[in-house]
Design a protein around this ligand. Structure first.
Ligand SMILES: [Zn+2]
Length: 78
């Protein structure tokens, strides 16, 4: 999926939000948003081992993971 496709899918989900099952729609939106890569925040554990912190769920991840292992957030390493 391209970022554009994801964004239009989110828009569509928001449009039907008034008629559909709210919980279901929230799940769809969350899953789609996680496909848009986000930069992780550098996190220094102080133990000579650097992690990044997932900006979605705050999990501490080893560097260069493509996705957060906890919440599935796609990570941007550019
Ligand atoms: Zn996460």
């Amino acid at each position: 999926m391209t970022n554009e496709q994801i964004e239009s899918a989110i828009e569509y989900a928001l449009q039907i939000a008034t008629t559909g099952n709210e919980e279901e729609i929230e799940t769809i939106i969350e899953a789609l948003e996680k496909q848009i890569p986000k930069k992780g925040m550098p996190y220094n554990s102080g133990k000579n081992h650097n992690f990044i912190e997932c900006s979605t769920c705050s999990a501490h991840l080893d560097l260069y993971y493509k996705h957060c292992t906890k919440c599935g957030q796609k990570l941007d390493w550019s």
